[in-house]
Design a protein around this ligand. Structure first.
Ligand SMILES: Cc1cc2nc3c(=O)[nH]c(=O)nc-3n(C[C@H](O)[C@H](O)[C@H](O)COP(=O)(O)O)c2cc1C
Length: 347
C-alpha cells in the first residue's frame, strides 16, 4: 500500500528522483541552476535548526517561497525538543511546502551531542515520542530521512517498527550507520528490509554517482526512488540521465565545457544572492561545491581547487581543466576520498 499523500506527488511510471538536502549547498541558487539541467522530481531543503528560541531561517525559507523548479519541496527540520519541532512544523506549513521532513541522520558531532539528527538514533523512545507528536501535528505529508542505526545496522529493525507505528508518508534512507559517516559502502539490504516492511514509499540514498550505481541500488533494494546528493553536485545532469535510462529515451551527454558553463552559472547565481559580496570569501564558498565537481577529472584539478585563494586561481583551474569538448567523466575515480565505496553497489 502506498500512502495516499505521496501518490499524488511521485511519478507513477518510474522510480522517483529526489535531490538530497545538503547544508550550504542545495540552496536557492543551486535549485536555479540544477533545474534547467533536468533536475529532480522532488526537493528537500537543507535542515532548519529547531530549538526553543529558533525561528525558521530566512535564507532557507527563500528556497521554498521562491522555489524556481515547479516541483514539490519538503522542509526539513533537525532538533530534539518536541514543542519547538511541533511549533516549527506549523510555521513551515504556512509556506508552500509539499510536507515536513525530519532529519534522523546528521552525523556531525556537535549535532549528535545535542541528541539531534543522527544522535537521536541512540534514544529510540525519544524518536518514538517525537514522531508521535509530529504525526499528530502535521495534517499533510510527514516524511523522515534516516540512517540505518547509530552504531550498527542491526539496530535498524527496531527503528522500522517506530516508523511503521507512526504512519509516516515516506522514508528516505541513507544506507549507512551514523558511525559509518561517509566512509563505507552503503547497505542496500537494509533499504530492502524497509521496502518489505513499511507501507509507505522508501527512497534509497547514498553513493549514487552515475546511472549504473543508481540502477543497481534500485535493483538491490526495490526502493520506490533514489535520493541523490553529492553525485548530483558532481554531475548536475545525473537526474536527466537516470530519467532517460528509466524511461528508455536518449540521455544527455554533457561535455567538460558544459560543466564549465554550469560551474560559472552557479558562481554567478551565488554571487548575485550574496548579501555582502566578498570575492575571496566567494572562492571559499565555491570550493565547497568544487570538491565534488573535481572528482573523476585529472587529479591536478582537485589539487588546484583545494589550494585556490583568489578568483584568478579559481577561474584558471576551471578553465584549464574544463574548457574542452571531451565528454564529462561518467563517474568519480575509484578510490576517491570524497565518494567512498560507490563501486560496491555494482558488485
Ligand atoms: C555538504 C553536505 C551537507 C549535507 N546536509 C544535509 C542536510 O542538511 N540534511 C540531511 O538530511 N542530510 C544532509 N547531508 C546528507 C545528504 O543528504 C546525503 O544523505 C548524503 O550525502 C549521502 O547521499 P549522497 O551519497 O547521494 O551524497 C549532507 C551531505 C553533505 C555532503
Amino acid at each position: 500500500m502506498t500512502s495516499i499523500h505521496m501518490t499524488s506527488l511521485l511519478p507513477t511510471h518510474r522510480p522517483a528522483l529526489y535531490l538530497a538536502p545538503m547544508q550550504d549547498v542545495t540552496d536557492l541558487p543551486f535549485l536555479k541552476v540544477i533545474h534547467p539541467r533536468g533536475g529532480a522530481d522532488v526537493y528537500v531543503t537543507e535542515y532548519f535548526r529547531v530549538h526553543p528560541e529558533s525561528r525558521p531561517n530566512a535564507w532557507i525559507l527563500r528556497s521554498i517561497d521562491e522555489n524556481p523548479t515547479g516541483k514539490p519541496i519538503f522542509a526539513q527540520m533537525i532538533g530534539q525538543e518536541i514543542d519547538a519541532l511541533v511549533r516549527t512544523a506549523k510555521e513551515l506549513l504556512e509556506h508552500p511546502v509539499a510536507g515536513i521532513d525530519l532529519n534522523l541522520g546528521c552525523p556531525a558531532p556537535v549535532v549528535c551531542r545535542k541528541e539531534a539528527g543522527g544522535g537521536l538514533l541512540r534514544n529510540l523512545p525519544k524518536v518514538d515520542r517525537i514522531l508521535g507528536a509530529l504525526r499528530d501535528a502535521i495534517p499533510g505529508r510527514f516524511t523522515v530521512k534516516t540512517r540505518i542505526g547509530y552504531h550498527h545496522h542491526d539496530e535498524f529493525p527496531q527503528l522500522l517498527e517506530i516508523f511503521r507505528k507512526h504512519a509516516i508518508d515516506a522514508l528516505a534512507i541513507h544506507g549507512r550507520t551514523v558511525e559509518e559517516r561517509y566512509s563505507t559502502p552503503v547497505h542496500p539490504d537494509c533499504v530492502k528490509l524497509a521496502v518489505d516492511g513499511l507501507p509507505c514509499p522508501v527512497i534509497a540514498n547514498g553513493n549514487v554517482v552515475d546511472v549504473p550505481t543508481g540502477l543497481a541500488y534500485l535493483e538491490k533494494s526495490g526502493a520506490a526512488g533514489l535520493m541523490i546528493g553529492r553525485g548530483a553536485i558532481r554531475n548536475p545532469w545525473l537526474f536527466a540521465q537516470l530519467r532517460a535510462a528509466l524511461e528508455g529515451t536518449p540521455p544527455p551527454a554533457p561535455t567538460c565545457r558544459d560543466l564549465l558553463d554550469h560551474v560559472l552559472l552557479l558562481h554567478d547565481e551565488l554571487a548575485a544572492s550574496a548579501t555582502r559580496f566578498d570575492e575571496l570569501g566567494h572562492v571559499q564558498r565555491m570550493k565547497k561545491t568544487m570538491v565534488f565537481v573535481t572528482q573523476g577529472h585529472d587529479p591536478d584539478f582537485e589539487f588546484r581547487i583545494r589550494r585556490a585563494k583568489t578568483p584568478d586561481d579559481f577561474h584558471s583551474a576551471c578553465r584549464d581543466h574544463l574548457d574542452r569538448d571531451d565528454p564529462m567523466p561518467p563517474a568519480p575515480q575509484e578510490g576517491s576520498r570524497v565518494f567512498c565505496g560507490f563501486a560496491e553497489l555494482l558488485a
